[in-house]
Design a protein around this ligand. Structure first.
Ligand SMILES: [Zn+2]
Ligand SMILES: [Zn+2]
Ligand SMILES: [Zn+2]
Length: 487
């Protein structure tokens, strides 16, 4: 496991999409162009992901006729960027760098408990038998992060400042009567309902209007714990850069400081925790990412570090006291971003839900209402769940190909999935390939699964049968050290 050399290499960013003139002059493409081209081909048609190098090379040549690139170079590059499916053992994972500790002060719903193990971290388990369709639990967000993409609408009073719901304003009725007291006294932001306003107004005032912060120590202390002007500046910057994690951690940290009980901070600190710098190594090793990162935005390491520093400087201006007494180092900031990124759901953080581990064929479905965030989310049994069974959710789109899922999971969450669906999908592909006569490294599936096993341990994902006939195989969940179990 090593980070690719490319992380320290100086490379230019070349956007494939900006490639307008299809000149006939032969060019030698940059390595990033080649890798981007391959990803683009895979994205357009996921079934091409399982093609061998020869066919893939032919596709590249047909898409970019003037490129002078050999089959060997394509292969070398795919290997270098960890994109060869047969090279799973070389792929960068960081699951073993994700740390979590037992969640303090959590009030768990009656049907579940948390098990913390040394290898798999925390997981949520059924305490009783749960029937299909049953609501296992409901919860509202621990941290609400309004959608950054709607920032301009929020600022102009066209979307709810808390949930982002679009507000229908009748222009002929422009005036206070329409607002029903759902507007801010100071700025032009509005809320869609009393519950949104109630949930948001305290943080809104602190973050956006420099309202006296009762949590700030000592009235003589002129320095604010949260500087609203600096937050507004960070918000604009985050929107311009489309950097949701920066915007989100500013809101998360402000909520933590604003929480007089101190519980929110402890709970966030106990979540599966990883530095964004670690996650970035995996992004880099796959030369771009899918879905959750809007794909394609490739940065070289140096540029990424400049950006992180810029973000950090804006962040500490919002929290001058924390910066001063060393509570918010650059490292801590990077951990906050990484932790936020692996735990958020639709940009919000839900405490109990964040304990659900991944399975490509999960036994629960999570329902959130995008139009009414105040209602929070519902976790529902997708099938019969036995007492003691781990509850799982999917972090990726189960309709994607196994290669796509595994890459997304590896890049975004640091592990190679070894669930039954992945095993089955790989086996089906392998069978298809051998019957179509395509050459393919026979050992690849075995390697991949062996590797997956190494990564997650003999975890429950690997062992839970998808059907419920017969005996459950030996429970290996407790072979590893169970660190804590909630009541
Ligand atoms: Zn709302
Ligand atoms: Zn306001
Ligand atoms: Zn899987």
């Amino acid at each position: 496991m090593s980070s690719p050399e490319s992380s320290t290499e100086r490379t230019e960013i070349v956007k494939i999409n900006d490639y307008e003139e299809k000149s006939t002059e032969p060019i030698i493409p940059h390595e990033r162009q080649i890798v981007d081209a391959v990803i683009l081909i895979w994205k357009k048609d996921p079934s091409t992901e399982s093609l061998g190098i020869t066919k893939l090379h032919a596709l590249i040549k047909s898409e970019y006729p003037n490129w002078s690139v050999s089959e060997k170079r394509v292969k070398t590059l795919l290997k270098k960027f960890g994109l060869l499916s047969s090279a799973s053992q070389e792929k960068f994972t960081y699951a073993n760098e994700i740390k979590s500790i037992y969640t303090p002060d959590i009030e768990l719903p009656p049907k579940v408990h948390i098990v913390l193990t040394s290898k798999r971290g925390k997981g949520l388990y059924a305490k009783t038998k749960i029937s299909k369709g049953e609501v296992i639990f409901e919860e509202s967000q621990l941290f609400n992060v309004p959608p950054l993409s709607k920032l301009k609408l929020i600022q102009s009073g066209k979307a709810c400042a808390y949930c982002g719901k679009l507000l229908q304003q009748n222009s002929s009725h422009a005036g206070i009567s329409v607002l029903k007291g759902l507007d801010c006294n100071i700025c032009s932001e509005l809320w869609c309902s009393q519950s949104c306003k109630r949930a948001d107004s305290e943080l809104h005032n602190v973050l956006k209007h420099n309202v006296f912060n009762p949590n700030a120590r000592g009235s003589s202390n002129k320095k604010k714990q949260i500087d609203a002007n600096a937050f507004l500046e960070l918000q604009e910057y985050a929107e311009k850069e489309q950097w949701n994690a920066l915007y989100a951690v500013a809101i998360v940290y402000a909520s933590i400081l604003n929480d007089k009980t101190g519980v929110k901070g402890k709970q966030f600190r106990a979540m599966a925790r990883v530095s964004q710098a670690t996650r970035y190594k995996a992004i880099n090793s796959s030369a771009g990412s899918f879905d959750t990162f809007n794909g394609g935005a490739l940065f070289v390491q140096e540029q990424q570090e400049v950006l992180w520093n810029e973000g950090y400087n804006k962040f500490v201006k919002v929290f001058p006291i924390s910066a001063e007494n060393g509570d918010m180092s650059f490292d801590e900031f990077m951990y906050m971003m990484g932790t936020y990124n692996i735990n958020n759901l639709d940009s919000c953080i839900y405490l109990t839900q964040s304990h659900l581990n991944h399975n490509c064929n999960p036994n629960t479905s999570v329902e959130t209402s995008l139009t009414n965030r105040v209602d929070g989310l519902k976790v529902i049994a997708a099938r019969e769940i036995r007492s003691g069974e781990e509850l799982t959710t999917t972090y990726v789109n189960p309709a994607h190909t196994v290669q796509q899922r595994q890459r997304e999971l590896r890049v975004n969450w640091g592990f190679i999935c070894g669930c039954q669906k992945c095993k089955d999908d790989l086996q089906i592909q392998q069978r298809r390939k051998s019957s179509s006569g395509a050459s393919k490294d026979k050992a690849s599936i075995r390697d991949m699964l062996a590797n997956a096993k190494e990564e997650v341990g003999d975890g429950i994902d690997l062992e839970i049968p998808t059907d419920y006939n017969g005996e459950r195989r030996k429970s290996v969940r407790f072979d590893e050290k169970v660190i804590a179990v909630s009541k």
